[in-house]
Design a protein around this ligand. Structure first.
Ligand code: ADP
Ligand code: MG
Length: 364
């Protein structure tokens, strides 16, 4: 049987004594795609990677590569390679010897190695620099060499465990675009783990959001952002204002919630909620319309008035924190039009948002 998936994890579970690190996780990664696992530190991401690579045995479940179980295959025989955060390049070897290292160990001839290393250097955009030393490379170039070193071995799946974690912000932003391009250039399946949502959202065809050993939602980046299925995903992916309260009224998927602070909000719930039930409401700062006059927000299904507590200027990500009567502090994104450039503490603003933008979930 030929599988269309490069990787299938089936009911994968790993228990370390009393810790259930990975709890019945199943997923399939289609051939040639970019798959990410996104979750907070300690949720079990590395444990999944180590099981796929063969460094750890699952407590139960199966791992299949191209449709065949690899549980009985030792790590060095599995068609997978792993790139670590600390790239583990050999500083005393030149670039070509680093990239060719695995090929030499596998007994390829010098001629074959030279050809494969030359091809890989072309593909990572660093042709003809094989004789240089590792220390002569920038952080981003080292990253590319670390990937090339794996790719010459032609793995079916490349595993990347927080590979950008040690880089500074600017380089990380750049490498996000670059990694996606490298994945396309090598046409290989990437499984990428990170606690940084923007890395996962930008690069991936599919993202699994992981929490406490389980997958909360496996989806496209845009569905995770616009249609989170659980409160954890709503809170973890992107920024949100969050209120807890009680359901006051239900009309189909439209729910009215009175927050603990006493504000009445109307939002949308994908699961049926009952009057009196505890609920949480999530509202993104960028989903809120903000204006100086109430007329400008009158057409919105929810409106509120607020006093400026703080202006957080940050270019395209500028925010204003508004004290809303009975609503606490509300984080609102400022539009890029410049009309709020001179905003001062103590000014009054009007905000509004649609029912569809306020996502409600049952539970406290
Ligand atoms: P992440 O990569 O998401 O930060 P890990 O997979 O490293 O998380 O760890 C998941 C959980 O399993 C943590 O609670 C961690 O302490 C525990 N754990 C990981 N490896 C071991 C081990 N070898 N022995 C015992 N507990 C472990
Ligand atoms: Mg980890």
């Amino acid at each position: 049987m030929t599988s269309l998936n490069d990787l299938d994890c089936i009911n994968l579970t790993k228990r370390f004594e009393e810790t259930l690190a990975v709890d019945d996780v199943s997923f399939s990664v289609p051939r040639g795609s970019f798959f990410s696992i996104l979750g907070p530190s300690g949720c079990g991401k590395t444990t999944i990677m180590r099981m796929i690579a063969g460094f750890l045995d699952p407590t139960s479940g199966d791992i299949q590569i191209k449709g065949r179980s690899v549980l009985d295959t030792p790590p060095n025989k599995r068609p997978v390679n792993m790139v670590f955060q600390h790239l583990a390049l050999f500083p005393m070897m030149n670039i070509a010897d680093n990239i060719g290292y695995g090929l030499r160990r596998r007994g390829f001839s010098k001629q074959e190695i030279d050809k494969k290393v030359g091809d890989a250097l072309e593909r990572i955009g660093l042709p003809g620099i094989g004789n240089r030393q590792i220390e002569q490379l920038s952080g981003g170039q080292k990253q590319r060499v670390a990937i090339a070193r794996c790719m010459v071995l032609e793995p079916d799946v490349l595993l990347l465990d927080e590979p950008l974690g040690a880089l500074d912000l600017k380089l990380r932003e750049h490498m996000k675009v670059e990694l996606k391009a490298l994945q396309a250039a090598f046409d290989t399946t990437f499984v990428y783990i990170t606690h940084d949502q923007s890395e996962a959202l930008v690069m991936s065809d599919q993202v699994a959001v992981m929490n406490a050993g389980r997958f909360e939602q496996l989806d496209t980046a845009s569905n995770l952002y616009y249609a989170p299925k659980t409160p954890f995903v709503a809170g973890f992916v992107g920024d949100s204002n969050r209120w807890s309260g009680q359901v006051e009224k239900v009309e189909g998927s439209c729910v009215s919630v009175r927050t603990e602070t006493g504000l009445s909000l109307r939002g949308t719930s994908r699961d049926p909620l009952a009057v009196g039930e505890a609920a949480q409401v999530f509202l993104r700062p960028e989903a809120i319309r903000v204006a100086r006059t109430v007329e400008e927000v009158r057409d919105q299904e929810n409106i509120a008035i607020g006093t400026v507590e703080n202006v957080l200027f940050n270019g395209a990500n500028s925010r204003v924190l508004l004290a809303v009567p009975n609503g606490g502090t509300v984080d609102v994104a400022l539009p890029q039009s410049g009309e709020f450039a001179g905003l001062k503490r103590g000014e009054t603003l009007h905000i509004g948002w649609g029912v569809a933008q306020a996502l409600c979930f049952g539970g406290a």
